[in-house]
Unconditional design. Sequence first.
Length: 456
Amino acid sequence: MSISTFELFSIGIGPSSSHTVGPMRAARKFVQDLGPELSKVARIEATVYGSLAFTGKGHGTHKAILMGLEGETPEGIDPDSIPPRLTHIEETHELKLLGQHRIAFKPQTDFIFNFKEELPYHPNGMQFNAFAEDGSLILHDIYYSIGGGFIVNEAEAKNDQAPQSKTPVKYAFKLAHELFDHCRRENFRVSDLMMINEESWRSKDEIRAGILNIARIMEECIDKGCHTGGILAGGLNVHRRAPALYKKLMAQGKPQPQHTDVMNWLNVFAMAVNEENAAGGRVVTAPTNGAAGIIPATLNYYKHFCPEANEEGVIEFLLTAAAIGILYKLNASISGAEMGCQGEVGVACSMAAGALAAALGGNLQQVENAAEIGMEHNLGLTCDPVGGLVQIPCIERNAMGTVKAVNAARLALAETQKSKVSLDMVINTMREIGHNMNSIYKETSKGGLAVNVPEC
């Protein structure tokens, strides 16, 4: 059982991997599972629970589910096509399941936000029912969106089955010390081990091309965010700040090693991505959408501000980041609804810190130390989005997470001693804190900034 780099870094749309990407995938899978019974369906009923109910409207969960029912995928859908299609559904009260079977659809009765109940296995629960013309039930299923766009159905959740491939990999690992022990024994860097494991699914050429494509899409997202102004939808009247800051920085010269205002370049890289994410644009889930700016921004820092940067370093960066993300996925969670924002921004910061240390030539101990530092100073971070939107504090929080990631890598590279706190220790601590954190601080918008900042 294992997780691929390309499952952890998936191409999708904003604003949330758990509230948008996962629900879209779940809805599509439900209608696909109807098989030949699809033509008999007269009505679909979708109900969302827990965090999906409380912040679903702000996160676009209902929109994602409708697109999923119509057969769309997060990686394939054109974000610009969504608004007119939603308008068509609202005006005609009609859905086209899998793009082929038309049924009547009344949003007021067929899409339910259940604020009173929570499904048993995860805060991000959703239920689907398909009915025939005579009202009889054709298919029922429950899905959970467990972070990063990963989904499990009710049976998988009940048996605590994580969404992992059954394809065996040569160097299986679950804990950080297992990962690093493999590397020391084989004289590998983390990226060497990950490359060999990825070859269980695809060729080395395909892996390299896929990773470089992920890096390309990350950079395209930054570029688009730097050149798209305006006010983000949702009612908070949040202005996109990345374009103005980008223009100001460019007046001083392109990003390069000798540039004096590196920190603001980190800010603009991260905010550009997360403003795109908040607008529902195309992003790379890394490892979630709410934290999607940190790894691209840190990778851009490596490419533009580190003289030793090259293509091999980009590949090493993303493979190392994936290995660290897998550890959190297997041993804790990358879901804000389950762990708070330490499970999103904290994990992304840890991944980016370890990845940057590796790309800059750090040894295994330094890579582990960087990843540990990245999480240690995000422990207890709450997920309290104002208005249920991935805007305040999420956009700035990605900028802060990027600055922390770069500093964590630099701190680790300056040290030769092993940290007193191991990466396994900090992951276990993060999981414990997440389980003990009050639910009002875990992506419900019922506590923290979400209730103390008046909506504009």
